[in-house]
Design a protein around this ligand. Structure first.
Ligand SMILES: Cc1cc2nc3c(=O)[nH]c(=O)nc-3n(C[C@H](O)[C@H](O)[C@H](O)COP(=O)(O)OP(=O)(O)OC[C@H]3O[C@@H](n4cnc5c(N)ncnc54)[C@H](O)[C@@H]3O)c2cc1C
Length: 250
């Protein structure tokens, strides 16, 4: 008989509203049973809760990197009419939720190569884990091996740019980390990039015609339409399937 996978208890210790407009929250947890919760940046946990008598399970990407302690963080938005996203967003400090994991293969490739990280909405979660791991701000060593890393984040409005200050701080400290934000419905004062992420991915690739094609990887995370559009673009640019690692939320 297969061994039962362990179910853990996560206690909510801190929350932060990332965007009122998008109803998006950052949640911090501590695993009660463990001194150290070991995972690779980019993996997800499967959260468990009962909706009336029905057992519900939903996956959530870890929005933090491994820190050698029992903490992990999530980034999630309320989905209208959805059970689990609202259940988690309504949790109060000190409340607990069960989960199993970590799971998943959406992790950094070894060896690390120049990389495009492409995300929209809460697809930013695993990218925050990757960036925290590669480019520490806490005095830990730089793990980016001097690779060029682009994070291209797309959202509709300026008020929905999750973790902006954090990524800007990383970009100031590490010249090989390039942080691009593009808004699809940016209001008038917005001076930055506009349009969908794939338009800017294309420009990055056009900016390095002699490199890229065979010595880069792409990590894509978000809703299926965006993931498909970017996979199609990279395939058109001659990328091989194995260079494209992706996580779809729907
Ligand atoms: C590997 C994996 C990792 C994930 N990580 C995250 C994460 O880090 N943060 C996060 O917010 N969600 C994440 N999701 C989505 C999450 O598991 C749930 O699907 C989502 O929270 C909706 O669950 P629900 O029970 O509230 O609604 P449901 O009734 O299950 O969902 C209703 C519909 O909402 C759509 N949907 C799913 N995710 C989203 C979303 N993020 N925004 C808008 N619509 C959505 C789907 O089309 C779904 O059919 C992940 C999914 C997978 C498979």
């Amino acid at each position: 008989m297969a061994a039962q996978r362990p179910i853990y208890t996560a206690k909510l210790t801190r929350t932060e509203v990332l965007s009122d407009r998008a109803d998006c929250k950052h949640l911090e947890f501590e695993v009660q049973e463990l001194a150290s919760f070991d995972f690779a940046a980019g993996q997800f946990v499967s959260m468990l809760a009962k909706n009336n008598e029905k057992q519900m399970t939903r996956a959530y990407s870890l929005a933090s990197g491994p820190r050698g302690n029992n903490q992990f963080e999530l980034c999630l938005n309320r989905v209208e009419g959805g059970f689990f996203s609202n259940y988690l967003c309504d949790m109060e400090h000190g409340n607990t939720v069960h989960f199993h994991g970590p799971h998943g293969h959406f992790v950094l490739r070894n060896p690390l190569r120049d990389s495009l990280m492409i995300a929209t909405g809460t697809g930013i979660a695993p990218m925050r884990g990757f960036v925290e791991w590669l480019f520490p701000l806490d005095g830990a060593p730089d793990r980016s091996e001097a690779r060029e890393i682009w994070l291209v984040f797309g959202t509709r409005h300026e008020s929905e740019i999750y973790y902006r200050e954090y990524f800007e701080e990383v970009a100031r400290k590490y010249p090989n980390f390039h942080y691009l934000i593009t808004l699809s419905r940016g209001e008038q004062p917005w001076q930055g990039l506009r349009g969908y992420v794939q338009e800017h991915v294309k420009k990055i690739l056009e900016g390095r015609p002699d490199r890229g094609k065979n010595d880069m990887d792409a990590y894509i995370c978000g809703l299926n339409n965006m993931v498909s559009a970017n996979r199609a673009l990279l395939a058109e640019c001659g990328w091989e399937r194995k260079q494209i690692i992706f996580e779809r939320y729907d």
